[in-house]
Design a protein around this ligand. Sequence first.
Ligand code: ADP
Length: 237
Amino acid sequence: MAREESEETPASAELRALMVMASHDLKNPLASVTAHVDMIRADYADVLDERFARDLAAIERGLGRMTRLTQDLLDYAKADHTLDITSVSLSGMVADVIADHVLTGADPPEIVVGETLPDVPADAGLLRHVLDNLVGNAVKYARRATTSRIEISAHPQIDGSVLVEVADSGIGIPAADRSKIFDPFHRCANSAGYPGTGLGLAICKRIVERHGGRIGVDQNPGGGSRFWFTVPDIDKP
Ligand code: ADP
């Protein structure tokens, strides 16, 4: 099943196409520079003097930021593809997303998943992107030196939609930032020291709204944040 939307003006469609092209074309040279910097680090590890090591670390940090930004810009543009709606198993998808994040994390959080996660009508690739971002943020914005706890649950609503929640015990969203965190490039005052581009939640919002749903965040009672989004029933748009 495919859903089309035609709210975009020709000028913004052209801008978006340009953004895809630019970010796509930047990926290969960036990967090549990163590979060469990795080789330099490996080949010269024993002879790096302090200044060289500092400069190399600065290059690596800059490359890391550019790589994240390029990928996020591509993902932002991809959120506008035609939706391919199928019945998606939330429980299977959540299990995959958790496996990815726990495998890549050094200090694994405690993750609790609600008992019954229903199937939802959604574009599987894009829905996965939303869950990936929300769970990734819950893992990333943990309080330092504490084991974080993340709860993922889903609740069918009276109107046939499903409310999905990702709650964490992390650093939380300052009240002044709460209305802006879904804007592209917005990063909260307390996010210094945590890597990011400020695009992830803007991508999530675009994807959720294209499915006809809503997304938001509340304070988690007991500390941290509680992100939620809805996936409407396809028969009741
Ligand atoms: P980023 O790439 O910066 O993580 P996002 O768009 O995903 O970008 O998030 C925007 C901002 O919202 C982040 O920079 C961070 O300040 C805040 N944020 C997002 N998720 C969380 C969370 N789970 N806990 C605390 N702050 C968060």
